[in-house]
Design a protein around this ligand. Structure first.
Ligand SMILES: NC(=O)c1ccc[n+]([C@@H]2O[C@H](COP(=O)([O-])OP(=O)(O)OC[C@H]3O[C@@H](n4cnc5c(N)ncnc54)[C@H](OP(=O)(O)O)[C@@H]3O)[C@@H](O)[C@H]2O)c1
Length: 280
């Protein structure tokens, strides 16, 4: 697995395994275990996915050294406060059964409960301080955010001692978020592409279907390749062994610049929800 390098020098495998909507217990255990067996070295979970225990068990039973796996989790919306975030980081480590995570993200910039009087700014600053401390204490190797738009990043940067290393946002064909991605690049923030297959909506798209035929690849592989060629880090989710395997077979072909541009503009796959109006 090839790596990107974060601004703090930490290597991060170029494709991650998504686990949203995979129930805890055998289903997440089997999916993550299979992913690790076939070559994934990067797993993305979150407190709110409620599957940290199963993810941690699969990692422990994988036979791989802990340092060979890149593990991400996220701080949820009810923990946007210094003390609460601090406690929740320890809770995640315990559930995952690990001494550290590789990446910890604030999951959502503007929870509903913090919308009055811009209380979200103080909430994010408090959680961020707890994350900076966890970083300095070696409990996390990198810290970042998710679903942050430019104004959320600007507010965080006002008080942050450590700049976010990552922003995990919806990035899929038809949703390249050009302004946001340019801003993140200016600040050395790596972009992780969540829902890189539009949570399944890409499979009915005729343009992507035709392009897959042209390259002799699957629809999923074309979408994931687009993500890599844009410099994003895709996080495909699957519970189906053959899909889990196929989603890694994206390093042996290249889309033309013209096709990348067509995928930037393809309609009907995904649209970023406004994080100031929605709640996850
Ligand atoms: N930070 C956030 O707020 C946030 C939000 C959304 C997602 N995420 C992260 O991003 C990850 C991925 O996003 P997502 O879960 O929305 O979905 P996704 O990866 O865009 O799409 C998953 C869907 O595609 C299907 N699929 C996967 N590979 C396939 C293949 N090769 N052929 C055919 N079908 C295939 C899956 O079905 P099968 O399972 O049956 O294969 C599932 O229905 C999440 O799991 C999570 O880790 C983060």
């Amino acid at each position: 697995m090839e790596n990107y390098r974060l601004s703090n020098g930490v290597n991060i495998p170029k494709v991650g395994f998504g686990t949203w909507q995979i129930p805890d217990g055998e289903e997440v255990y089997n999916s993550v275990k299979h992913a690790l067996e076939v070559g994934y070295r990067h797993v993305d979970t979150a407190q709110i996915y409620r599957n940290e225990v199963g993810v941690g068990r699969a990692i422990a039973d994988s036979g791989l050294a802990r340092e060979d796996i890149f593990l991400t989790t996220k701080v949820w919306n009810d923990k946007h406060d210094y003390e609460l975030a601090k406690a929740s980081i320890d809770e995640s480590l315990e559930k995952l059964g690990v001494d550290y995570v590789d990446l910890l993200l604030i999951h959502w910039p503007n929870p509903v409960a913090l919308r009055e009087n811009d209380a979200w700014k103080t909430g994010n600053a408090g959680a961020w301080k707890a994350m900076e401390e966890a970083y300095k204490a070696g409990k996390v190797r990198a810290i970042g955010v998710s679903n942050f738009m430019i104004h959320h990043l600007e507010a965080l940067l006002e008080s942050a001692e450590i700049k976010p290393h990552v922003n995990q946002v919806l990035l899929a064909p038809g949703c390249p978020q050009e302004e946001l991605t340019a801003f993140c690049r200016q600040h050395d923030i790596l972009l992780e592409a969540y829902s890189p297959l539009g949570t399944g909506s890409i499979f009915n798209n005729e343009l992507v279907k035709d392009m897959a035929g042209k390259y002799g690849k699957s629809i999923a592989q074309v979408a994931l390749r687009w993500s890599l060629q844009k410099g994003f880090l895709p996080l495909p989710k699957s519970v189906t062994p053959k899909n889990i395997e196929a989603n890694l077979e994206i390093f042996d072909f290249e889309l033309s610049a013209e096709d990348v541009a067509k995928l930037d503009k393809v309609e009907g796959v995904s649209q970023q929800k406004d994080p100031d109006q929605t709640n996850f």
